[in-house]
Design a protein around this ligand. Structure first.
Ligand code: PLP
Length: 418
């Protein structure tokens, strides 16, 4: 078969069943107010994470809002990583907290425990750590610091479902953990997330706040499903190779910004506001819970494939001094949602990769500490700024073949003349 390029850098986890469940919801399921499926999914999450409570939420960011609101008093500071999506910062502000940016470590891209410790003061209300790329942040170390000062720790596990640190699932090390089931994650229900916690008082507050929410208007989920469908069609192997990839490649190499903008991932963001926008005051739906339940059993198998792909990248790239590779972990503390690499001349390397028919992506997060939106909370975070400029992702997803991984490695080595 003609081969114009590899599989897409991101693969969605939708299948026919997902679309059928959505269709059932559109055709009347949304009129039912039966939360049984949600309760079943929450119970399954509690079993998976060996935790007492799980609450499904409309999106991970809404879960972060609810957790911060339950744990932090208005005006208190929340220490967090600047290398995340802007809406996480918005959620902290909407929940009444004041974000305080603590720089990340260069190699892991996760929040630095030393910085957290340095920034704690009598007005600190919580520490929010992000386990990025499937790599556990130093959760146990940071929890010990928090405990010394009697400060709660919240874990943003949006990218880290199924990650363990020292044998404990991330999300269960702090006072509350929040997951995302957005469509690019390893468990996906189009939109959605869950807060898990062993603290009954926190969960009680979260459930009380949710009382004031309602089922989401159909257009929100429909928009997401449509976007998923377009991704699925464009990523269908034959179509991807014959049409999608050649367009993406040509527009990247020729700087056709109109197309590049469409291809680039942009995490959706709330408009400037003082309070949680109405669109977020929505519940998770029963059809999504059924979808989530149907995927739970595949997660560990998929994680194993991702780790195997990551090990291959690591072994074959570790001698290239110019690259900053993620740490090598085989103890479950890194599930390699991607294989994130940093290189000072990233854009030149990406261009070289595209010119050799490779499909990889630059990191899509920005350093929010530098964002004009959060000028009031500015702190100099040089590592986060560097990560923004130098990070790119190599694909690890389960359907990405070993031969594609090998080809990526080969082209990178060719670029470095080794
Ligand atoms: C680190 C991190 N935190 C939070 C979120 C928000 O997740 P959601 O889109 O489910 O609100 C994301 C989404 O990609 C993320 O990557």
């Amino acid at each position: 078969m003609l081969s114009f390029g590899p599989n897409p850098k991101n693969r969605l986890y939708t299948n026919l069943n997902s679309y059928l469940l959505f269709l059932g919801y559109v055709l009347g399921g949304r009129l039912k107010r039966d939360k049984k499926d949600i309760e079943l999914f929450e119970k399954a999450l509690c079993e998976k994470f060996d935790t007492q409570h799980a609450v499904c939420v409309y999106q991970c960011r809404v879960g972060i809002y609810l957790a911060v609101k339950a744990l932090v008093k208005p005006g208190q500071e929340v220490i967090l990583s600047p290398y995340t999506i802007a809406d996480v910062i918005n959620m902290v502000i909407f929940a009444g907290g004041r974000p305080v940016f603590a720089d990340v470590e260069r190699e892991t891209c996760n929040i630095s425990a030393a910085e957290v410790e340095r920034l704690i003061n009598p007005n600190t209300g919580a520490v929010l750590i992000t386990h990025l790329h499937g790599l556990a942040a130093k959760a146990h170390d940071i929890k010990r610091i928090c405990d010394r000062f009697n400060i709660p720790m919240i874990e943003d596990c949006a990218q880290s479902f199924g990650v363990y640190e020292q044998g404990k699932a991330v999300g269960t090390i702090g006072d509350a953990g929040v997951f995302s089931f957005e469509m690019h994650k390893n468990l996906t229900t189009w939109l959605g997330g869950a807060v898990i916690s062993n603290r009954g008082d926190v969960v009680e507050k979260i459930r009380a706040e949710l009382e004031g929410f309602s089922y989401p208007p159909l257009p929100g989920i429909t928009r997401k499903v449509k976007s998923g469908l377009i991704h699925d069609i464009a990523g269908f192997p034959v179509l991807f190779q014959l049409l999608t990839y050649p367009i993406v490649r040509a527009s990247y190499l020729k700087d056709i910004e109109f197309v590049n903008k469409k291809v680039r991932r942009k995490p959706q963001e709330s408009k400037p506001a003082e309070h949680l926008p109405e669109v977020y005051k929505s519940w998770y739906t029963p059809f999504q819970a059924r979808l989530g339940l149907s995927q739970l059993n595949n997660i560990d198998r998929d994680i194993k494939t991702r780790i195997d792909n990551a090990l291959l990248y690591y072994e074959k790239l570790k001698d290239i001094d110019e690259l900053i590779l993620p740490p090598l972990r085989t103890d479950g503390s890194h599930t390699y949602l991607w294989f994130p690499v940093q290189y000072s001349n990233r854009d030149e390397l990406l261009r070289f990769m595209y010119s050799h028919n490779r499909d990889i992506a630059a990191g899509h997060f920005t350093s929010t500490a530098d964002s004009p939106m959060f000028q009031e909370f500015y702190r100099d975070c040089p590592n986060s700024r560097k990560v923004e400029k130098e990070l790119f992702y190599l694909p690890t997803y389960p359907r990405y073949s070993r031969s594609e991984v090998e080809k990526n490695i080969q082209v990178i080595r060719q670029y470095f003349h080794c």
